[in-house]
Design a protein. Structure first.
Ligand code: TYD
Length: 138
């Protein structure tokens, strides 16, 4: 899996004059089993989140409300995605460094994750991450 596998995923959207509805089924609209859901909210203006990579975890990141940017980096190149639609998510495969920034006021970032929280799955040091990916090891 590589940066080219990190793509925008479209989820079903049921249009309704009373308000739209989107649903996400584990293993169907998301090709991994969802083990955990978490969300970022009350993000102050100018704040940045992320700043790490995961060894094994796959994720889908959604802007449930508002907007923000996700900068993905495989240690060689970077790609920026602007998320601003509640029915779209960004699939992020393992071994990709991510930074989240440019949060709009009131933005909510929902994350669907393939596993439970495990601090040992993180690279939190960019230099360490880069030396592993550039060395070809995992
Ligand atoms: P972190 O993953 O660094 O947040 P972000 O990527 O959004 O900037 O996590 C921040 C803190 O929250 C850290 O102390 C770990 C804790 N945490 C959990 O306990 N469970 C979780 O599911 C997540 C995502 C984080």
């Amino acid at each position: 899996m590589a940066l080219t596998d990190c793509k925008i995923v479209e989820f079903p959207k049921i249009h309704d004059h009373r308000g739209n509805l989107t649903f996400i089924e584990s293993g169907r609209h998301v090709h991994f089993d969802i083990a955990r859901v978490y969300y970022l909210y009350d993000v102050p203006g100018g704040a940045e989140r992320g700043g790490h990579a995961h060894k094994d975890l796959s994720q889908i990141i959604l802007a449930i409300s508002g907007s923000f940017d996700v900068v993905l980096d495989d240690g060689h190149e970077k790609k920026t995605f602007h998320l601003n639609r509640s029915h779209q998510g960004l699939f992020v495969c393992p071994m990709i460094w991510r930074e989240l920034n440019n949060f709009s006021s009131g933005a909510v970032c929902l994350v669907l994750a393939s596993n439970f929280y495990d601090e040992s799955d993180y690279f939190r040091d960019y230099g360490e991450f880069q030396s592993v990916v550039q060395g070809g090891a995992n």
